[in-house]
Ligand binder design. Structure first.
Ligand SMILES: Cc1ncc(COP(=O)(O)O)c(C=O)c1O
Length: 468
């Protein structure tokens, strides 16, 4: 079957566009983009893979190192995507590569639920990093699965306490993954028509203060804001004591605005009062992205269950749910296990990755470098205040919110054009359907590469605006 052809920037079938030759210490663009020598592979990708897997910029990633990504035609990008906020310790850190290589040589490349030293070593390490009430590790392969597991376990626990304690609360605008349960816990997804029988017991609280320009911006009483969300639910027949868990994406990755501390603390108090599990989804914010091991530390509250993934290995697929034994250990043998969860190679990568985060002091670096990003983005905003609405962020997770010059409304298409021009200038960005430019480089990025990359985004914005 032929793939749908499109010239929309961001698909793999993009026509090559002329670029200005760029050769700096960190960026090298010496061909038109997409590079002519990569067009055949991009076309095959578009033919073999669904468009949902072909919507990143049309660059054939050949190799990567630290904070840089290369194609095979001599081009090199500063990576501000971290391959979907994953490569916290950088692409292919030598210590991670070595650990994977060494472990691979012992031939233990499949494990399922049999015991191994590497898995138990990693679990011990994770429990040392997690708060003391976390006693067990439930390994999975991807972030969506950990959220599924949290959903399942929360209901299991709730319904053992009271057969009707199965309601799940979550937040509008959260993202928790694409599997059937996780997508419904994700904000807004439950309304999708393909969900023929959406779970009627998953409810979305309004997202407090995360959406610039909404009514919540004026709110100062966050406990009251929560109480009114809960009261709305009660009117719809959802009693607080019947709630099994409340999910929260620690910092909504698409917006990079932390929740108001008072809101999260009120949520914690409410959860305690009604014996509800508070589940923090740390898949994106865990392992230093925001300048602390876990993002929930910014709020000073207990996280009953912690979903982790992505930055746990900075590389191979691995995810886990951390929590107390009386929740994590609720299921009977045979109830849920998956073949690849806690894969030994991924465990080796995770252990090396955690060593790197510690030994290279990368987590405090995220705080320091985050200040550089804030400063540089604010400068850009001053230059382009008509189109950059604001530049929220924390640690090395920031976004620039793009608005239409004339209407002042969020502008998805303009953001797309800015991103594409930046890619043509040697800055790898993540393509999304949001009116934002997301800046989430590996924590190993150098200060001058950060500054250079943001400045190149400024050049890209200027170039697009000149054509408007
Ligand atoms: C906060 C959050 N939760 C869950 C997920 C889903 O993780 P995965 O893509 O590994 O299934 C993501 C992925 O972007 C995420 O950012």
């Amino acid at each position: 079957m032929n793939a749908t052809t499109s010239s929309t920037p961001g698909t793999f079938l993009h026509e090559p566009e002329q670029t200005q030759r760029i050769e700096t210490r960190y960026r090298r663009i010496v061909t038109s983009i997409p590079a002519p020598g990569t067009l055949d592979k991009l076309a095959l990708s578009a033919e073999f893979f669904p468009r949902v897997n072909c919507c990143q910029p049309p660059v054939l990633w050949d190799r990567a190192d630290g904070f840089q990504v290369y194609d095979c035609e001599g081009n090199c990008w500063i990576d501000f995507s971290s391959a979907a906020a994953m490569t916290i310790s950088g692409h292919g850190h030598p210590a991670v590569r070595e650990a994977v290589k060494q472990h691979g040589e012992n031939g233990l490349l499949a494990q399922f639920n049999y015991a191994s030293e590497i898995r138990v070593t990693l679990a011990k390490r994770l429990l040392e990093l997690a708060p003391p009430h976390c006693e067990m590790v439930y390994f999975w392969t991807c972030g969506s699965e950990t959220n599924e597991a949290a959903l399942r376990l929360a209901r299991e626990r709730g319904m053992r306490m009271d057969p009707e304690k199965y309601h799940i609360l979550t937040h509008t605008g959260d993202y928790h993954g694409w599997t059937l349960g996780a997508t419904q816990v994700s904000g807004g997804s439950a309304a999708k028509p393909w969900l023929t029988s959406p779970d009627p017991y998953i409810h979305h609280l309004p997202a407090a203060g995360t959406e610039h320009g909404n009514a919540a911006d004026d709110v100062t009483d966050w406990a009251g804001f929560l109480a009114s969300g809960i009261a709305d639910l009660r009117q719809r027949g959802v009693e607080a004591d019947k709630v099994a868990a409340v999910f929260i994406e620690t910092i909504q990755g698409g917006r990079a605005v932390p929740w108001p501390i008072e809101y999260v603390r009120a949520l914690r108090r409410w959860a305690d009062a009604h014996d509800v599990l508070l589940v923090f989804d740390e898949v994106q914010t865990g392992f230093g992205r925001t300048g602390t091991w876990f993002g929930f530390e910014h709020y000073g509250v207990r996280a009953d269950l912690i979903c982790i993934g992505k930055g746990l290995t900075s590389s191979l697929p691995l995810a886990a749910l951390l929590g107390p034994a009386n929740v994590i250990d609720l299921l009977e043998p045979g109830q849920i296990a998956t073949t690849h969860a806690g894969h030994p190679l991924s465990c080796a990568a995770a252990l090396a990755n955690l060593d790197v985060l510690e030994s290279e002091g990368l987590i405090p670096e995220a705080v320091r470098k985050g200040k550089i990003v804030s400063r540089e983005l604010q400068t850009l905003q001053t230059c382009f205040s008509g189109v950059i609405e604001d530049t929220p962020g924390i640690g090395l997770l920031h976004v620039m919110r793009i608005r239409n010059l004339k209407t002042g409304q969020p502008d998805v298409e303009l953001a797309r054009q800015f991103r594409w021009e930046a890619v043509k200038r040697g800055v790898m960005l993540m393509q999304t359907e949001m009116p934002t430019i997301k800046i989430c480089p590996p924590l190993v990025i150098s200060d001058d590469a950060l500054i250079e990359g943001i400045s190149a985004i400024g050049d890209a914005i200027e170039a697009v605006l000149q054509t408007c």
